[in-house]
Design a protein around this ligand. Structure first.
Ligand code: YNC
Ligand code: MG
Length: 389
């Protein structure tokens, strides 16, 4: 049972067996207006206070970075922990239309120490046939010493209130854990770029009957990309890339609808954060897009290495270049930039290249959720066209 989630407007597991009732696609809660929204912040346990976090303030982004670096998401075996960089946080939390009060922290009143966090950013996401103005919720984190004290539900209710005050009633989020109720379940796949390090830190293992030398050879990539006209995305490409993305994302049942301003924000390369490439034909037409973001992990308790450098596949559209070739070139670029591993989910049409390009299936699953929106049916991962950071 889910004492908190059963009180929330989300699809519930117990609806499954109910064959008499056909549940309609759409909002779960009765319509509300901003006047119906509670004006006062939710109460925190005594000794804690709400704190809006300005990530443009160097001191504050450092505090957020430290909280997440020590307390954010770990793999099932507690060997690795996500280590979002400060530049990444500034980028991810300030897309067009971002609201300062949706970057929400909890501090200890006496010391001021930041001990919990949650964020929302605005986005238009289409769920099947309906484009919905919503928020994407991310970076929910409670300090390890304050776990299992029901702080997370308070954070979720308070961010919901702050979002509702803007007349927004839906949200999208992903999590590794099972909550009521996933609309899709995706799996992580990993492509070794630096197999020697990955084996040495226990991220991967030498396959049976494989030597290290054979493994290195297996994963060896060309030094340079092969696609003619492949180059970094530039601001002048944005109108064409936005069009390319719009066309591509239309085929998925869950996908963002990006404005040109959002394309510029989310895809313009930022060193060590987001890297995006386009293919420009001889006629100046942009025909393809490939991108990944950089999210390292702390390697917990390894004497030789502190950090695993991981690239995560982001939005990619192959219209003229074969997808396999485009993705291979993206792997080459990620390898050139010193990444140890390239991660991708089995969403989009990624199944078409994962095995061929020597990705191996991981043990991590990622569940997709919508708040206050019901879908008539569960989606297959290949029907998902949304990447949350
Ligand atoms: C989770 N990841 O089931 P029940 S993903 C949501 N997302 O509720 P307590 C979660 N809910 O079962 P703890 C959750 N994990 O009673 C647990 N829960 O109904 C639920 N980990 O709260 C859980 N970051 O405070 C239970 O648990 C209730 O102290 C228990 O805190 C949980 O960012 C957490 O994995 C996750 O920092 C903060 O374990 C803590 O354990 C932690 O007693 C490591 O909470 C980091 C981590 C989560 C990453 C993410 C997406 C979050 C989505 C939140 C939901 C948003 C809803 C939409 C709001 C806007 C709506 C509008 C409009
Ligand atoms: Mg707690």
């Amino acid at each position: 049972t889910y004492a908190f989630w059963e009180t929330q407007p989300v699809a519930q597991f117990k609806e499954d067996g109910n064959t008499l009732q056909i549940l309609e696609e759409g909002p779960i809660d009765a319509p509300k207006t901003t006047a119906d929204v509670r004006q006062e912040p939710y109460n925190l346990p005594a000794g804690f206070e709400w704190s809006t976090c300005d990530v443009n303030d160097k001191k504050i982004v450092e505090e957020v970075y430290q909280l997440l670096t020590m307390n954010y998401v770990e793999d099932d075996d507690n060997m690795f922990r996500f280590k979002y960089s400060q530049e990444f946080l500034q980028w991810a939390l300030q897309p067009p239309g971002w609201q300062s009060e949706w970057v929400l922290g909890v501090r200890v009143s006496t010391s001021g120490k930041l001990v919990a966090f949650i964020t929302g950013v605005p986005a238009t996401v289409r769920a099947r046939h309906t484009a919905i103005s919503m928020v994407e919720i991310n970076f929910l984190c409670v300090h390890k010493k304050l776990r299992q004290k029901r702080l997370a539900p308070v954070l979720i209710k308070e961010i919901t209130r702050r979002v509702n005050l803007h007349g927004i009633w839906q949200a999208a989020y992903t999590a590794g854990v099972v909550l009521p109720k996933p609309l899709a379940t995706a799996q992580y796949w990993h492509r070794s770029l630096n197999p020697k390090k990955l084996i040495s830190v226990g991220f991967s293992r030498l396959a049976p009957r494989m030597t290290l030398a054979r493994t290195l050879k297996l994963y060896k990539l060309p030094e340079q990309p092969v696609t003619e006209g492949l180059r970094h995305l530039e601001p002048k490409d944005v109108p064409q890339v936005a069009e390319l993305l719009r066309g591509h994302l239309a085929q998925f049942e869950l996908a963002p609808e990006f404005t040109e301003a959002e394309v510029l924000h989310y895809l313009l390369p930022v060193e060590g954060v987001i890297d995006a490439y386009v293919v420009e034909g001889p006629d100046g037409k942009v025909t393809d897009l490939a991108s990944y973001y950089t999210l390292p992990s702390t390697i917990i308790g390894n004497a030789q290495y502190n950090t695993l450098k991981a690239a995560f596949m982001y939005y990619t559209v192959a219209s003229r270049t074969p997808l396999l070739q485009l993705m291979q070139d993206l792997l080459v670029m990620a390898h050139q930039k010193g990444h140890d591993v390239f991660n991708a989910l089995d969403i989009f049409d990624n199944e078409k290249f994962l095995k061929e390009l020597k990705f191996g299936i991981g043990d991590g699953r990622l569940r997709y959720y919508l708040y206050n929106w019901r879908l008539a049916r569960e989606l297959k991962p290949q029907e998902v066209g949304l990447v949350l950071l």
